[in-house]
Design a protein around this ligand. Structure first.
Ligand code: HGA
Length: 611
């Protein structure tokens, strides 16, 4: 994660850098820092533990200005979130901000210590600053760019780096190796950042850097050297993305707002694709038709909530489209040998489109024989969108809360439409398609009904506040939703939660059941309900309190040890989407009562841009 922003200009840039950081805070928020050099060559340097607003307040307090510089918002990988570990890091006059991990930082650190360097932080990043400094000292007449060219081969890992020599502040040098960087071209000024959203207040004229690019940037010039060492031109792209500056409106938290936005987010995702009684994904173009006609197997690759969406989609692809499908966590997929046969399509899922492991998986898929790639994503212009053959956008609107809510449910809606689109090529009947279409059309209304019962869920949340553990159970398509519910509870209320497919209980987790272990069960009225009921009895006889989310007309009765939470009836096929919502509300209310930082939970970031 970590967000980087830099600028070379002829006007004061500190506000531009700070606004850039605010827009990059989704990448990390444990500390932030900034270094700017003013027109007289005076260096202003400040770091703060905590969020960007702490840094911004200090910049105002100390009246800091500068025309060239860089800023950083951190998600710590190496070293605690302290002021000393915050970026930028400096070695004499060399200043560095960094996103990523230098894997060989230990031997480098040791050899730099032997050469007389003192380290002020525990970070891997400080190694870069000292290394560049060292190389500078070895060849005094070299430019910063030449020095960095010497340093790069000594670094292992994935990173994007910005470097400046504070004595020559009109030049910024950037390197990208596995981490995103985008240049913003201004008039007599240039900018660079981890994500285009940070640059949109100043320019929409962008250059997206590619793996291995090395850039030297001044107010008037941008020189890019590619991995092979050639000076090259990269295309200028006019950004058309809308940055929605989001406020919380009447809500206390973004997550709360995003939960309640789901009916609208789903309508926006669905409506224009459900036309004249058909699911229409013509947006994919004719290239898709050629590709889909060759598909014999689908591999879904994702992380976190997206992985859970992928698990549901796997069942849908096999059940409805008759296409063999498997789903894998991106960080596992990218480091093992996969067998890829002809006709294998990869589908990647990421709300942000910048998830490092998912992007790496996509890049790997191009080398190992997949016939093509399709991404489901919520952020236009993101790396995943730019690098995939086909893209289906969710129209959830900006999601700011770290715990995904509307990003997840809209992903599921898009995946179900894709299942129908591919299923049609495999002989899905009109009546199956129209059942699904009707179920999708009904869904926003049903979710509104769930949201209108929020007070009951808020009351329920009180039962969890003093619990240390919780168990979520589901079967079939509700098993991934149980996993999603457990993840939500962990993420924002810090209660340890596990999800099990209910049939697995007797293979171990039953040993955990006692009065202190609340058990949440997802029990829509489907073909697996009778089986699930037996599992419920097994838990009940061992003393746990059960919270059963079930169709309102199901035959469950609240009783001693059982609380029933009735949910509106929906077609079985869309029930995973509906059942995710009360679980989001439950974890939201538990975290609220516990007074946790709901939108920015400890140790996490919205977009996971390191592996
Ligand atoms: N390794 C550096 C940068 C961390 C990062 O990019 N996180 O996403 C550090 O720990 O400061």
């Amino acid at each position: 994660m970590c967000g980087i922003v830099g600028a070379v200009a002829q006007r004061n840039i500190e506000e531009i850098l700070l606004e850039g950081l605010r827009r990059l805070e989704y990448r990390g928020y444990d500390s932030a820092g900034l270094l700017v050099v003013n027109s007289k060559g005076h260096v202003n340097y400040l770091r703060r533990v905590g969020k960007v607003k702490e840094l911004a307040a200090a910049v105002t307090q100390y009246n800091m200005h500068g025309i060239t510089g860089m800023a950083h918002t951190r998600w710590a990988t190496h070293g605690e979130p302290t002021e000393k570990n915050a970026h930028p890091h400096i070695s004499d006059y060399i200043t560095v901000v960094h996103n990523g991990i230098i894997e060989n930082h230990e031997p480098l650190r040791n050899s730099l210590i032997e050469r007389g360097y003192c380290f002020n932080s525990q970070t891997d990043t400080e190694v870069i600053a000292h290394l560049v400094n060292w190389e500078y000292k070895q060849c005094k007449d070299s430019t910063l760019l030449e020095v960095i060219k010497k340093a790069i081969p000594q670094l292992r890992g994935t990173y994007s780096i910005l470097v400046m020599d504070n004595r020559i502040p009109g030049i910024l040098v950037a390197v990208t190796s596995g981490g995103p960087l985008v240049i913003g071209i201004g008039i007599g000024e240039n900018f660079i950042a981890s994500d285009q959203v940070a640059l949109l207040p100043v320019t929409r004229n962008l250059i997206f850097l590619e793996e291995g690019d090395l850039v030297e940037m001044t107010c008037h010039n941008i020189n890019i050297v590619n991995k092979a060492g050639h000076l090259i031109k990269r295309p200028h792209i006019e950004s058309n993305i809308q940055y929605e500056a989001c406020d919380k409106g009447k809500y206390r938290f973004y997550m709360q707002k995003e939960i309640y936005e789901q009916p609208v987010a789903l309508k926006n995702t669905l409506e224009w694709r459900l036309v004249q009684g058909q699911i229409n994904l013509n947006e994919l173009g004719s290239q898709a038709y050629d590709l889909f006609s060759k598909v014999q197997h689908i591999k879904i690759v994702a992380c976190g909530s997206s992985y859970h969406a992928g698990m549901v989609a796997r069942n849908w692809f096999e059940e409805l489209a008759d296409i063999p499908c498997d789903v894998e966590i991106a960080s596992e997929f990218r480091y093992r040998k996969s067998v890829v046969r002809s006709g294998h399509l990869i589908i990647t899922l990421s709300q942000s489109g910048e998830t490092a492991d998912t992007l790496a998986a996509l890049r790997l898929s191009k080398k190992i024989g997949f016939i093509g790639s399709l991404a489901v994503c919520n952020v236009q212009g993101s790396s995943l969108v730019r690098e995939s053959d086909l893209v289906l956008m969710t129209k959830a609107g900006t999601e700011i809360g770290v715990a995904s809510t509307k990003g997840f449910t809209t992903q599921l809606a898009v995946l179900l439409m894709l299942v129908v689109h591919l299923g049609r090529l495999n002989g899905m009947t009109k009546s199956v398609e129209s059942n699904i279409l009707n179920a999708l059309q009904e869904l926003p209304k049903r979710i509104e009904q769930v949201l209108s019962t929020d007070k009951n869920i808020a009351m329920l949340a009180e039962d969890f506040v003093y619990k240390y553990n919780a168990l979520f159970l589901g079967r079939g398509n509700q098993y991934p939703i149980a996993m999603e519910g457990a993840l939500k509870l962990k993420e924002i209320s810090y209660i340890h939660a596990e999800a099990y497919s209910a049939g697995e209980l007797k293979h171990g987790p039953l040993a955990l059941i006692d009065i202190d272990m609340p058990v949440i069960v997802l029990a829509p009225n489907n073909a697996l309900l009778e089986k699930l009921k037996s599992n419920i009895e097994e838990v009940r006889s061992r003393g746990s309190h059960l919270y059963i989310f079930a169709d309102q007309d199901a035959s469950f009765i609240s009783n001693k040890g059982i609380t029933i939470i009735p949910l509106p009836y929906v077609e079985e096929i869309v029930s995973p989407i509906l059942y995710a919502v009360p679980l989001q509300l439950l974890s939201y209310y538990v975290a609220l009562i516990k007074g946790k930082d709901i939108d920015q939970p400890r140790n996490l970031a919205k977009s996971v841009t390191v592996e």
